[in-house]
Design a protein around this ligand. Structure first.
Ligand code: IPE
Ligand code: IPE
Ligand code: MG
Length: 259
């Protein structure tokens, strides 16, 4: 993947101050948003769906190509059963309600994560939405559900090894990247976590190696176009060096401009 022309790969220097091609977000703070309003935690999840809709629109308006949202981690099964069940129902309801609109807007929808643990009904709705939107190319919306970065790396290694049964194969970065669940996308340029925590919580561990990180105290239901704009501005003010020196990056950028 890394050498196949993705500008955001860790091996290429992307255009300075450009729009991030791929934004990955940990949507955190729904429960606290609700608690502050003396509402049940799940009311925050419902409001969070509105933020998802608005964020997709803002990203499309700004020319972002890939948006990846962490909706349910492999660790979130540890939550109270009624909250987990509410989240699953909300996922089904929201997807059923929105899938036609996603399709009309040229959005390709995908889910990454181990969906085998979900109810049949949810798996069917996910597969139907993926199939309906499979030909769309305008925008890529990916939901990480029952996703864990460690799970992703392990399943990829297993697939690489399974291709060569009984042989001793070197597991290369390229071979592994081809089996990761986001092999279809460039690595995220910008990672955003709402809700104030400054951690990755087992999100895209492999793919975030050189991603620019942005943490905001804004709770997910309050995250809006302005907050997204602030994250993108912060991204555009950074110099992505990928191990090189600042002078090397500047030389490469001016050579690119004059080429
Ligand atoms: C994020 O909000 C949504 C999910 C993890 C599903 P939280 O539910 O984690 O909200 P807080 O962190 O408790 O406020
Ligand atoms: C991370 O949020 C997962 C999602 C947003 C889906 P959590 O609220 O579960 O993260 P931790 O447990 O506080 O790290
Ligand atoms: Mg949380």
């Amino acid at each position: 993947m890394a050498d196949s022309g993705f500008t955001s790969s860790t091996r290429a220097v992307p255009a300075a101050s450009g729009v991030p091609r791929h934004i990955a977000i940990i949507m955190d703070g729904n429960g606290r948003w609700a608690k502050k309003r003396f509402m049940p935690r799940v009311a925050g999840h419902s409001r969070g769906v509105d933020t998802v809709r608005a964020t997709i629109r803002s990203c499309m308006d700004r020319g972002v190509e890939y948006l990846t949202l962490f909706a349910f981690s492999s660790e979130n099964w540890r939550r109270p059963a009624d909250e987990v069940s509410f989240l699953m129902q909300l996922f089904i309801k929201s997807l059923q309600k929105e899938v036609d609109r996603l399709h009309e807007n040229g959005i390709r929808f995908r889910v990454i994560g181990d969906v085998s643990r979900f109810d049949r009904k949810l798996v069917d709705v996910i597969h139907a939405a993926e199939a309906l939107t499979a030909g769309n190319t305008r925008f890529n919306l990916t939901i990480a559900a029952n996703y864990g970065g460690r799970w992703d790396i392990l399943q990829a290694v297993s697939k690489v090894l399974a291709k060569h049964p009984g042989e001793e194969v070197p597991v290369t970065e390229e071979a592994l990247e081809a089996e990761l669940s986001m092999s279809f996308a460039p690595e995220p340029d910008l990672f955003i976590r709402t809700g104030g925590e400054q951690r990755i919580s087992n999100f895209l561990l492999w793919q975030l190696a050189y991603t620019e990180l942005h943490f905001t105290d804004t709770l997910w239901p309050d995250f809006n176009a302005k907050a997204l704009g602030r994250a993108i501005e912060s991204y555009q003010g950074r110099e992505r060096r990928f191990g090189r020196t600042s002078d090397q990056v500047k030389d490469a950028a001016s050579a690119g401009r004059h080429a």
